[in-house]
Design a protein around this ligand. Structure first.
Ligand SMILES: NC(=O)c1ccc[n+]([C@@H]2O[C@H](COP(=O)([O-])OP(=O)(O)OC[C@H]3O[C@@H](n4cnc5c(N)ncnc54)[C@H](OP(=O)(O)O)[C@@H]3O)[C@@H](O)[C@H]2O)c1
Length: 296
């Protein structure tokens, strides 16, 4: 059984991941910018000042980084873009600063993003060895993973490039579902933009899979690729609603969201071949079923 410290473990993925690992007998601690409370397994840090509760890393065998300011939460101003980088790259650097001398650490696992290849070729299904794109999301991912690679001096490093997470408690699905519930749902842009997706339950199992099999390197966590129109209609069907509004034109989305509009108007398809070849079996392979499950 491992002692696992999850930085950013208070969020959407971290809550489910920590519950799963606790159920499987591991000791789980969360590293948070909130106050320390060892009784609830929470340990304070401030990655901006490199402060960390001195006891957080004691006996830790597995360190996981799920930190990151929400990519789609706010418009991409200069200040916000810095926060998007720092909350991933600087947090990783801070973890390395504190953990490099750890006598017990034996595995570092980092969240990463699957939308990191640019948007030049929407017919292609990208694999983990394809080069990064040159847009903002790709650049953030490249720096985030490079920071994670510092840990390879010490232990195996796993970088899990996460697709759009299908979950009911947060992330993209409740955001898309909100206007649909109110009867104002619309397909955004052309509707053909690719959306790689994974159910939260399978995503948690991917993290566990890399841990128990000691897998290092980069893995796409992706159950399949759909498109924006299919995803929107699947959410409407799960909610018993109809999409009756016309498509929201791309220029309107650009006016409303600015550069952030790329998040809804562009997409990439990614392969899960490497993960499947390692023996991983998805439990939620069908999009409609996955959506119904989280919106029930
Ligand atoms: N959800 C998805 O669809 C998806 C898809 C691809 C990649 N990812 C990536 O996977 C990671 C986890 O995703 P999630 O959905 O669980 O995210 P989340 O719910 O937003 O949680 C992220 C955690 O990061 C910490 N955090 C936020 N802003 C921070 C900052 N400025 N500095 C340091 N820590 C900060 C917070 O912990 P405290 O407040 O406790 O410190 C928060 O609980 C993120 O890096 C995200 O980009 C997610």
């Amino acid at each position: 059984m491992e002692t696992i410290l999850i930085a950013g473990g208070t969020g959407l993925i971290g809550k489910q991941l920590s519950a799963y690992w606790q159920q499987h007998g591991h000791t789980v601690r969360l590293l948070t910018r909130q106050a320390s409370n060892p009784e609830t397994g929470r340990y304070h840090w401030n990655p901006q000042t490199s402060e960390m509760d001195a006891t957080a890393l004691e006996g830790v065998t597995v360190l996981v980084n799920l930190c990151g300011a929400g990519i789609a939460d706010k418009r991409w101003t200069k200040t916000r873009i810095k926060e998007l980088f720092d909350s991933r790259v600087e947090t990783t650097a801070c973890l390395w600063q504190h953990a490099q001398a750890s006598p017990t650490l034996k595995h570092y696992i980092s969240a990463s993003g699957a939308v990191c290849y640019g948007f030049e070729d929407d017919t292609k299904t990208y694999v983990e060895t394809d080069p990064f794109g040159s847009d903002l999301l790709s650049e953030i991912t490249r720096e985030w993973e490079a920071a994670a690679d510092r840990f390879s001096e010490k232990c195996p490093v796993t970088k899990i490039r996460i697709s759009v997470v299908i979950a009911g408690e947060g992330g993209a699905i409740p955001t898309i579902a909100k206007p649909i519930r109110m009867g104002f749902g619309a397909i955004l842009g052309s509707g053909t933009q690719a959306v790689p997706w994974i159910h939260i339950h399978d995503l948690v199992r991917v993290f566990d899979w890399t841990l128990i099999n000691n897998l290092s390197g980069v893995y796409h966590a992706n159950a399949g690729n759909t498109d924006n129109a299919t995803l929107t209609r699947a959410i409407a069907t799960a909610l018993g609603k109809k999409i009756w509004l016309p498509k929201a034109p791309s220029f309107v989305m650009k006016l409303v969201l600015g550069s952030l509009s790329v998040m809804v108007l562009k997409g990439v398809k990614v392969s899960n071949g490497k993960l499947v070849s390692s023996g991983f079996l998805f439990e939620e392979k069908e999009l409609e079923g996955a959506i119904k499950d989280v919106l029930k």
